[in-house]
Write a new protein. Structure first.
Length: 435
């Protein structure tokens, strides 16, 4: 297999920006993307015929198409390998990719690596969130972008932050408005109490214009937008789900739906990623896996990562300062975290905390003697499932704090991640050759 100077993992805005800049500096680059097209979550390609029926932000689309044009211009210096899943790193610096087109695991021995694998959704556990019909907002939005079709039956969107607003508006524009959009936080009231955060949120015109467009779409479609309102419980029905929501005054409302979309923000996705130096190779993280700053900042972060890699390899590169643009994105994200702040996590004993293993909060009663994240993981099996704690680490941290055990969410995953990081077929492993 062709061995590049730099391996870039992840074909979203950060990964593509890093790849084209590195190739432009004269380095050979392999860009590995697990999907069948570049784009990441925000630029998920429409799989149907013709143009996508889902309205997309014109500002982001222009930037993305300019990046794709650069990919074509770089020619042989930049190779794109689609449907290739990063599995992990062996001790001698071999990066293993599951090439699902060839049906085999392939080793790559680069001189440096850029990890740009994006972020991960955060969902706060509520009773019943493990039931069929409950999905994340991001997952359902990707389905809408890729297929152009909304989920069947009545749908409720709930959680916190800008993403539920965007998805609810996209559903409405597709002719399938949700019954309501329930926002945990109180952004309007919080803006009055924190005028600095409101100012920083309003000073960035493109995101503000995008949000206003979504709000206008919801208003035109008659979708109720209820702030200070959270999902309290989810129950299975013969024909779907019964969702009980409660507002700040303690008043409840019941919705009968076929689908429930939940979202409580984005986290960095660093599970199993090699650190700054792995087997002697320089490794740089870029985009939302390093810091959640949004799609536009991800491009700048990818370009900054390219500079860092080039300098580490002794490759001449043009000097550029990305600090101002990244700092502007940090101000916006900090403002959004303030405006959409949510209450402290309150987990009922019957609530499933770890969906992979089906572990409930009440299971922590048997772990009262556990004194570390490692013991909670090994004895209680929290973060031992397929997601390796991507979804349960924060909830387990909150439960452990109640028992007097303090740890950071990443500690629950352990210092040695389970290998491989993603499912791989035995046939692909058997076909592995050290080329």
């Amino acid at each position: 297999m062709w061995q590049p100077d730099v391996l870039v993992v992840g074909g979203g805005p950060a990964g593509v920006a890093a790849a084209v800049d590195l190739a432009g500096m004269g380095l050979s680059v392999l860009l590995a993307e697990q999907r069948d097209r570049l784009g990441g979550a925000i630029h998920r390609a429409y799989a149907g015929v013709g143009s996508s029926p889902v309205k997309r932000n014109a500002h982001h689309e222009r930037r993305w198409h300019a990046l794709l044009a650069q990919v074509q211009q770089e020619g042989a210096r930049l190779r794109v390998q689609l449907q290739s899943v990063f599995l992990g790193v062996e001790g001698d610096g071999r990066y293993l990719l599951d090439d699902r087109v060839a049906g085999r695991v392939r080793p790559v021995r680069p001189r440096a690596v850029v990890m740009a694998v994006g972020g991960v959704e955060r969902v706060l556990p509520v009773p019943g969130w493990e039931l069929p019909g409950v999905s994340t907002v991001g997952g359902l939005q990707l389905q809408l972008k890729e297929t152009g079709e909304a989920p069947l039956g009545p749908i409720l969107v709930a959680g916190s932050g800008p993403l539920p607003l965007a998805y609810a508006a996209q559903l409405a524009a597709a002719g399938h408005p949700p019954l309501a959009l329930l926002e945990r936080g109180t952004p309007f009231g919080t803006a009055l109490a924190h005028p600095g955060a409101a100012f920083n949120g309003l000073r960035s015109w493109p995101p503000l214009a995008e949000a206003l467009g979504y709000a206008r779409q919801l208003w035109r479609s008659g979708v109720p937008y209820r702030t200070g309102c959270r999902v309290k419980a989810i129950e299975a029905m013969a024909q779907g789900l019964r969702v009980t929501a409660v507002d700040q005054r303690g008043q409840t409302q019941v919705y009968e739906v076929a689908q429930l979309a939940l979202h409580d923000g984005l986290d960095v996705n660093q599970t199993g990623l090699p650190r700054q130096t792995a087997a002697g190779l320089p490794v740089v993280w870029a985009g939302d896996c390093r810091e959640v700053l949004g799609a536009e900042a991800a491009v700048q972060d990818g370009r900054q990562a390219a500079q860092q890699v080039a300098k580490a390899l002794g490759q001449p590169c043009p000097e550029a300062n990305f600090d101002d643009r990244l700092q502007s994105a940090r101000r916006l994200q900090a403002a959004l975290r303030t405006l959409y702040q949510v209450p402290t996590l309150d987990i009922m004993p019957e609530t499933v905390v770890c969906r992979c293993e089906g572990l409930r909060a009440s299971g922590f009663a048997a772990l009262q003697g556990a004194g570390s994240a490692h013991e909670i993981r090994v004895i209680g099996r929290f973060a031992m499932g397929a997601c390796q704690g991507r979804f349960c680490a924060r909830a387990a941290q909150a439960l452990a704090a109640q028992a007097g055990v303090a740890f950071e969410p990443q500690d629950l995953r352990g210092s040695v991640p389970r290998w491989p990081l993603r499912p791989v077929s035995v046939a692909a492993l058997a076909a592995y050759t050290d080329e």
